[in-house]
Design a protein around this ligand. Structure first.
Ligand code: NAD
Length: 487
């Protein structure tokens, strides 16, 4: 495939290409251009050029185009989902729901266009009035990870376009294909040339050029906390606007009065969906001691039934990890926990058999007796291993839940809603789900406390990050004048 710059298919100036691999088979799915800094500059120029046209398009037209994009994405969802499974590894059903969530996001923000009211108010001193308006930030650089390439594209371009901004998008080098197809559909839906440009290439050249380019006014980044810190540092040079959606180590706390069947299902869905590679995967399971034994035995029974395989097969529940480094990271975390006394109740190794020999598979794993010193207790576990901790009280549960540098998601399972709200308020995380695994919704703001991020995506709050606030002050001198230089 090629890149889309200024609405046209283009090669990289270097003519070099990057191979995109299927994580289930190791085979090459396709190749994309390896862009250089000058290709990014061309994309930024195109986005800047189209800014006036896009931002001045009547709001109703922008809304119609977003709705058309959603319709076209839905009509092509099967092909998009298959491409996503081939390049990312997730099961086809999950890929379908991710593509669907992109369309939902476009529809939600299409509906918000033109809904906000500009504020107009009298000065407190009565000398006139002021108007507060919202204007688009300008050219936005959207930098994406590989775990949810399509929905996270939607979280950025849907509100950003709704607010009148234009984009340079950089997908992760290992998952560019579905995003390129989505951007192509955006143009087929009436988006003017240059409003969304997609450039493929490494983070250290393409990503850094987007962040450092003075014509880019805002960076919307999703990825690892370490990369987020580098981006924040680079962006500080020009006080560039940034939103950062970073890593997490989300706790799931289960109280004695929870619906245990539902909570077990929630833990399995929350940990093993996308092979454990979600920013809001359940990364630490915290059980009250009264139900721990029963819960763990139901959990292990359920985890044993997870079918691991190539995501393209309809029978597969969990696909491979996205790449070899991810698999090694999770393997090392499990080994480290075991060396510090953890017990592997299920999984803890790679599956055996010819069908698994070329992909990055790892069995769904449950660990108990996990030391608080273990890496898995402290760092983001981005793979299918679930450490279980047993606590004696609500206070202990909250203390353990908050014992992390992260603060992205969390969940509380109890039938006692008073307790649910109390604990939700005490957990330091951007979202707490009550009796539900982590599900992001277009209408609910999403983002992190602590080192999990900065700013919010989704909801009305997400839209706000794509505007500058402009105040216009109007004086009525018939009512006197308060300012006067003393000469
Ligand atoms: P990553 O940080 O390695 O890469 C993300 C993107 O940044 C890629 O496109 C990469 O090429 C680019 N990049 C890398 N170095 C760069 C640099 N110096 N300058 C500019 N761009 C650069 O992350 P990943 O491994 O692709 O994704 C997994 C991570 O994303 C996990 O930590 C996960 O928790 C996090 N994540 C967070 C959210 C959220 O909403 N909070 C959602 C999904 C994933």
């Amino acid at each position: 495939m090629q890149m889309l710059i200024d609405g046209r298919w283009v090669e990289a100036s270097s003519r070099e290409r990057i191979q995109v691999y299927n994580p289930a088979t190791g085979s090459v799915v396709d190749t994309v251009p390896r862009a250089e800094r000058e290709d990014v500059r061309a994309a930024v120029d195109a986005a800047e050029e189209s800014l006036k046209k896009w931002s001045e398009l009547p709001a109703i037209e922008r809304s119609r185009i977003l709705l058309k994009i959603a319709e076209n994405v839905r009509q092509n969802s099967e092909e998009l989902a298959r491409t996503l499974t081939l390049e990312q590894g997730k099961p086809l059903n999950e890929a379908r729901s991710e593509v669907n969530s992109f369309a939902n996001c476009c529809e939600y923000y299409a509906g918000l266009i033109g809904r906000h009211r500009n504020v107009q108010n009298e000065f407190l001193t009565g000398e006139g009035f002021f108007v507060v308006t919202k204007i688009p930030v300008g050219v936005v650089g959207a930098i994406l990870p590989w775990n949810f390439p399509v929905s996270l594209l939607g979280w950025k371009v849907a509100p950003g376009l709704a607010a009148g901004n234009t984009f340079v998008v950089k997908p992760a080098s290992s998952t560019p294909l579905t995003d390129i197809k989505v951007v192509d559909l955006m143009y087929k839906s009436g988006l003017p040339a240059g409003a969304v440009n997609i450039v493929t290439g490494p983070g250290i050249t393409v990503g850094e050029e987007i962040v450092r380019n003075p014509k880019v006014s805002k960076i919307a980044f999703t990825g690892e906390t370490g990369t987020g810190k580098k981006i924040m540092e680079m962006a500080s040079d020009q006080i560039k606007r940034i939103t950062l959606e970073l890593g997490g180590s989300d706790p799931m706390v289960v109280f004695e009065d929870a619906d245990l069947e539902l909570a077990v299902e929630g833990a399995v869905w929350g940990r093993f969906r996308n092979c454990g590679q979600s920013c809001t995967s359940v990364k630490r399971l915290i059980l009250l001691e009264g139900i721990a034994e029963q819960f763990i035995s139901k959990l292990v029974e359920k985890v044993r039934t997870i079918v691991v395989g190539n995501g393209i097969e309809p029978s597969t529940h969990m696909g491979p990890l996205h790449n070899e480094q991810q698999r090694e990271k999770i393997e090392n975390m499990v080994e480290d926990a075991v060396s510090l006394g953890a017990k592997v109740l299920v999984g803890g190794k790679r599956p055996e058999g010819e069908e698994f020999s070329k992909g990055y598979f790892y069995l769904p794993t449950v660990l108990t007796n996990v030391s608080e010193e273990a890496t898995i207790s402290n760092e983001e576990a981005f793979g299918p291993a679930l450490p279980v901790y047993v606590v004696r009280s609500e206070e202990e549960a909250v203390e353990l839940a908050n014992r992390t540098i992260y603060g992205l998601g969390s969940s509380v399972w109890t039938k006692n809603l008073e307790r649910a709200f109390r604990v939700a308020e005490m957990i330091q995380a951007g979202t707490t789900w009550i009796n539900s695994p982590p599900i992001a919704r277009a209408e609910v703001p999403f983002g992190g406390f602590k080192q999990s991020g900065l700013g919010r995506e989704l909801g009305v709050e997400g839209l706000e990050h794509y505007y500058e606030t402009k105040s216009i002050q109007v004086y009525d001198y018939s009512k006197g004048r308060k300012w006067r230089f003393p000469i």
